[in-house]
Design a protein around this ligand. Sequence first.
Ligand code: AMP
Length: 280
Amino acid sequence: MKIVSSKGEIRREIAKRRPGAKVALVPTMGYLHEGHLALVDRARERADVVVLSIFVNPLQFGAGEDLERYPRDLERDAALARARDVDLIFAPSALEMYPHGEPAVQVAPLRLADTLCGASRPGHFQGMLTVVAKLFQIVQPDVAIFGQKDFQQAVLIQRMVDDLDIPVEIEVAPIVREGDGLALSSRNVYLSPEERLEALALPRALEAACAAFAEGERDAERLKGRAHQVLERTPALRLQYLELVDRATLDALSEAGPGAVLAIAAHVGRTRLIDNVILR
Ligand code: AMP
């Protein structure tokens, strides 16, 4: 496994391996956990060359968000990636990615970024799409693997690729959870032991709605009501949204059909957590 930090070098390394080889890209912000590594495993199954990018993208963090304190440990990440058979880590600096400072031309999502996480994080998805578009240009992967954990992100990336005719296949892999149900996230390290317990309200609220769906409930308000009953037991949790939406258009639904997504975001202390479940 090789770790490179310049765009020129990653292009050269991929070009050396490319003839006849299929390339998969797994974009991350690092501080790897089993959720990221499941994407790597999937990439390994799908391609001959697995490229993992690690970049805490300043462009997608808003004022007052956690850009400075976001956990970073390249040595630890490299050891985990090597053990999962990654071929190349691309870990550029902000200067390498944005030599002119803030890019004058960016990828701006329209309506799909107005809801859910986009509503409370203005500019976040524009920053995310811009860096993902750049990574696609630099690596030119045949396939890129993203997690269902960041469900709105995955929808926006699929639409960017469709709408801008970017020749890459997008695959979305399921959410990896701790044994008790909490979705793995690099941000979980921020949680105190007490907050870690409070955070369980997110998956438990989603589970309660899923159980109601499995019993035949389809009404969105009543499904969300089941989730709210669970959330009310954890008053320390500050709910940002709980929405039942269409998995492609992100439109709010009044009835749950197959493939509807129930998505949640909440603050536990200073930490913002997200989770979601596809109702099947
Ligand atoms: P991040 O480093 O948080 O930007 O995440 C990088 C990629 O890993 C994104 O595609 C995320 O959706 C995905 N990811 C993060 N957490 C999980 C998880 N618990 N299960 C599956 N994928 C995840």
